[in-house]
Ligand binder design. Structure first.
Ligand code: PGA
Length: 254
């Protein structure tokens, strides 16, 4: 089995100000221990990427973005391109977050196009998948995850997942304080890996699958201990330096 280095990514969403992110970044950079096994990524609002890159210095923490356009450039008011993100040293980009799908009408097809555009520009997509509460309750969790993943596999091909990360984020657990139990997370993570393995065993074995949805210092260890959980995508808890650092240090290499 491949050794998968854990990854912990902060998704700041539309939070923060210059005044608040400066001490937050200072706290995170100074508190991150050298023996932290995890690769640590921060995805701020676009306008703070320059500040982030500047303040991260040689901390080893990596910059990411929360979204990108599926188009290269042109008359698309308000959009941000993959190449612009590269200009600000971004390595990762979140695609298909459930808030983008639900609030901004992002379809499986558009998410797949964003995934490909990111990869074409040498960004590593963090592809979010996850079911709504009603879908879980009607027993459709696997159907939804399979549909979301297949859209990307069909457009980008299975080998594209060699340079990608998947985040399983049950929508009912995002920002609600309600976390999936470690067993619930493991069950879906194992399903995602199985689904990829139907196309390519090596890709399935290598890919990192993060869990997201109300992860905090108090529950990170038990979730990260599950065999198919390779780290987390952290929202609210990433806005507090101590909380986020505890989560980073909870992620252990296998
Ligand atoms: P949360 O958000 O940790 O606040 O639940 C996670 C996410 O939406 O990525």
């Amino acid at each position: 089995m491949t050794q998968r280095r854990p990854l912990v990514a902060a998704n700041w969403k539309m939070n923060g100000s210059l005044a608040s992110i400066r001490p937050l970044l200072k706290g995170i950079c100074s508190g991150l221990q050298a023996k932290c096994d995890a690769e640590v990524v921060i995805c701020p609002p676009y306008v703070y990427l320059a500040e982030l890159t500047d303040k991260l210095g040689n901390s080893g923490i990596i910059s990411g973005a929360q979204n990108l356009s599926h188009l290269e450039s042109g008359a698309f008011t308000g959009e941000i391109s993959a190449d612009m993100l590269k200009d600000f040293s971004c390595k990762y980009v979140i695609v298909g977050h459930s808030e983008r799908r639900a609030l901004y009408g992002e379809t499986d097809g558009l998410v797949a196009a964003k995934f490909m555009r990111g990869q074409d520009a040498a960004l590593v997509p963090i592809l979010c998948v996850g079911e709504q509460l009603a879908e879980r309750e009607s027993g459709d969790t696997e159907v939804v995850i399979e549909r979301q993943l297949n859209a990307v596999i069909e457009l980008a091909g299975i080998k594209a997942f060699n340079d990608a990360v998947i985040a399983y984020e049950p929508v009912w657990a995002i920002g609600t304080g309600e976390t999936a139990t470690p067993d619930q997370a493991q069950e879906v993570h194992a399903f995602v890996r199985l689904l990829l393995a139907r196309h390519d065993d090596a890709v399935a074995d290598k890919i990192r699958i993060l869990y997201g949805g109300s992860v905090k210092a108090a529950n990170a260890v038990e979730i990260f201990n599950m065999v198919d959980v390779d780290g987390g995508l952290i929202g609210g808890a990433a806005l507090d330096a101590d909380e986020f650092l505890s989560i980073c240090h909870a992620a252990r290499g296998s």
